[in-house]
Design a binder for this molecule. Sequence first.
Ligand SMILES: NC(=O)c1ccc[n+]([C@@H]2O[C@H](COP(=O)([O-])OP(=O)(O)OC[C@H]3O[C@@H](n4cnc5c(N)ncnc54)[C@H](O)[C@@H]3O)[C@@H](O)[C@H]2O)c1
Length: 381
Amino acid sequence: MVRLGIVGIGNMGSAHAGWMPQIKNVELRAICDIDESKMDRYPDVPHYKDSAVMIRSGQIDAVLVATPHYGHTTIGIDALQNGLHLLVEKPVSVHKADCQRLIQAYDQAGKGRVFGAMFNQRTDPHYQAIRRVVQSGELGEIQRTNWIITDWFRTETYYSSGGWRATWAGEGGGVLLNQCPHNLDLFQWICGMPSRVRAFCGFGKYHNIEVEDEVTAFLEYPNGATGVFVTTTGEAPGTNRLEIVGDRGKIVYENGQVVFTRTESSVTEVKNTSQESFATVPTWRCEIPVNGYGGQHQAILQNFIDAIESGKPLLAPAVEGINSVELANAMILSSLIGETVDLPLDAAAYEAKLKSLIANSTHAKQTVTVESVDMGASFGR
Ligand SMILES: NC(=O)c1ccc[n+]([C@@H]2O[C@H](COP(=O)([O-])OP(=O)(O)OC[C@H]3O[C@@H](n4cnc5c(N)ncnc54)[C@H](O)[C@@H]3O)[C@@H](O)[C@H]2O)c1
């Protein structure tokens, strides 16, 4: 039986707490929030106001961190350094240098520790099916990727709902750091990492915020393939359309359906060998049957517990979370400097840029909760 503690009992932390009865081999033994009123709903579980005290209580084996973003790094490092298993909400950290610090703490903690990330969309069978088609080689070498993920509509009320939201100091970014970690993680999980990024962000384009709420990014992959990633929280109804083109056809996910339009032969071969000027490449339309959207958060929770209990492989190892953070950072940086950014990203340079954004911010909110607790440790390490 794994004894779990949750840090951050807000929207997501309380949802995780509510799912506990459905998760096998886990017992919720502690909860922690700097706002004690958030814990009133759980009179039977010991309360902690300070995560450091909970982590050292001897009452828990594992921690789930569901605080605002900067706390993922600082509280996560504290948990790992004190021998606990760690499940961290997305994004794994705000910026690449913090991810590296967190991963270093995991490496030093020893391989007996389990370090997972709440990338619940990895449990969605649609994305799993697309990944299988790409990874099996059935799609052929990737030529072009395109993800329009604009169904993340959010209101001004949403952005006002927490002092930490939508500021550089509190959240560390906008749509790329809050909504899109899922998509950026899936994008790299399915297609791999690009080697160059040029992006155009709208900062506070649709909302009274300082961070990005619209992004159009152009990606270049190591094999010469190109990609486009488009997102926003400012339009409705929005679109979720993922299209990946390879040498053996194209796979499209939209409206809950995955369609693989498969070519009879290699497109490159037809291009190079056909005697016709206007040849077509015959195709089959294959609808990939998929039911439901997977176990989502509960499945990731169970997988984390199973990894601790019986060594089951993690579906979403947190060390892989650095990739989505790096993509988000690169898109923001590219837009700010007006240039293409090469990957791997210079982590220190991005951290310095973020620091200057925080220093020059005119959007500081009165109720920012993480600054004194997290920012010093996060940037000072
Ligand atoms: N996986 C998902 O589908 C999903 C969905 C929503 C949010 N999230 C993530 O969950 C995290 C929390 O988001 P939320 O919407 O629940 O935010 P929230 O503001 O509702 O909750 C955050 C809670 O953390 C508490 N807190 C802040 N600093 C703390 C500290 N140092 N120690 C203890 N508690 C602290 C706050 O008092 C608050 O109760 C974010 O990382 C967010 O990106 C994930």
